[in-house]
Design a protein around this ligand. Structure first.
Ligand code: ATP
Ligand code: MG
Length: 361
């Protein structure tokens, strides 16, 4: 009997700046992979025109019924949001965070991968051996959105603003179990928990307590608790000691940018916003922003977006194809096909062609 052909329905939201270029790049690679599968699977793309350009025309970052339109897709493939003409908190909350929050994408996975052929800013002889994953709590913590501003009775110059971080036992526990389960799939079974619990004695102490409790269910996984300042130093000085790093929304946001910079460029870093229960679609996007300084010139590094496509393949149940794509990415950078941000002179299109050419390796 002929093998069943699987068609995955993917919503593409390129949004702003280089997001448009890198989403096109990722789509081209995924379609090439599907053709090479001999019909085993295919992607059915629907592109949404949302973003800052859309906002300028309509006053909305996305359609009011946009979440309904996205709900039944198998996954969302996202570019980057933000443009100088729209305030950042408007564009971010109006599109990307709106999707993350409404689709309960509470786990944000950000691998730090050192690509062959890319010379990192800090040279370690064995840097291509380095590989760790930042697991970011993506639904509460410091970005819960609680707080307010108040001038009442105080007068100009004396305004008070509160920004409250929210930590729930359930929220801590689910992200930690996610991190421990991920550690079990890796060569090094270790989870490092990051807090600032010496200075933040409520939320971060709850985090530490839940971590210690969850760890007892995973006796085969090594653990450590590290303060975020010490962890920043560790990223630079002893990264070979890391495998899975679990941290709150803000801490993980900062650490994962540090990780991608250490690996050579923000343009290399991939990420997945997951709804692990699969009640809603998950979203895959490069870590970088819209990069207005290089947008529209064909210079954007598409590796972060293509790596995010590999994470999407894992999520869709195609781990062998994901691995094949990761090998093609490494072979491409290893052959010196690099964009300007990582010291090369290749265009976005040349990197895409390089990856497609190497899919059969
Ligand atoms: P955001 O607020 O959305 O995170 P940002 O302003 O912090 O955005 P980016 O838009 O990511 O940052 O740009 C930061 C720097 O990294 C810029 O100099 C930009 O050119 C560079 N950069 C970002 N993405 C890429 C990419 N894909 N290829 C090459 N350079 C990139
Ligand atoms: Mg940024």
């Amino acid at each position: 009997a002929p093998a069943e052909r699987r068609t995955f329905r993917i919503a593409a939201i390129p949004a702003d700046g280089v997001g448009v270029e890198v989403v096109a790049a990722g789509r081209a690679v995924l379609d090439a992979l599907a053709s090479a599968s001999g019909g085993a699977f295919a992607f059915d793309w629907t592109e949404f025109p949302w973003g800052c350009g859309y906002y300028e025309k309509t006053g909305r970052m996305m359609d009011d019924d946009g979440l309904e339109a996205l709900r039944d897709f198998d996954a969302i493939y996202f570019g980057a949001v933000g443009w100088p003409t729209v305030p950042d908190h408007v564009s971010l909350w109006g599109l990307r965070l709106r999707i993350c929050q409404n689709f309960d994408q509470w786990a944000n996975v950000r691998p730090v991968h050192f690509h062959p052929g890319v010379v990192p800013p800090l040279r370690k002889a064995d840097h291509t051996e380095l590989d760790w994953v930042v697991v970011r709590e993506n639904s509460e913590g410091e970005y819960a959105g609680f707080g307010g501003r108040n001038l009442a009775g105080r007068g100009p110059g004396n305004e008070v603003a509160l920004q409250t971080a929210l930590f729930t036992e359930k929220g801590c526990e689910r992200i930690m179990r996610f991190a421990f389960d991920l550690a079990r799939t890796r060569t090094r079974r270790k989870v490092s928990s990051v807090t600032k619990s010496n200075a933040q004695q409520y939320g971060m102490v709850l985090w530490d307590e839940v971590f210690a409790r969850v760890a007892r269910d995973y006796p085969d996984v090594e653990t450590e608790s590290v303060l975020v300042d010490a962890m920043s130093a560790k990223f630079v000085l002893r990264p070979e000691d890391l495998s899975v790093v679990v941290a709150s929304n803000l801490n993980a946001d900062i650490l994962s940018d540090l990780g991608s910079a250490l690996a050579g460029s923000l343009g290399l870093a991939a990420s997945a916003n997951l709804n692990p229960e699969r009640r809603f679609p998950s979203m895959f996007e490069p870590v970088h922003g819209s990069a207005p300084d290089i947008a529209g010139q064909g210079l954007a590094n598409p590796i972060g977006a293509i790596g995010s496509a590999a994470l999407m393949l894992d999520h869709l149940g195609l781990p062998e194809e994901a691995e094949r794509l990761r090998k093609a990415i490494d072979a491409t950078t290893g052959a010196g096909v690099l964009t300007r941000d990582v010291g090369g002179s290749a265009t976005t299109d040349q990197v895409v062609a390089g990856v497609i050419e190497r899919l059969g390796l």
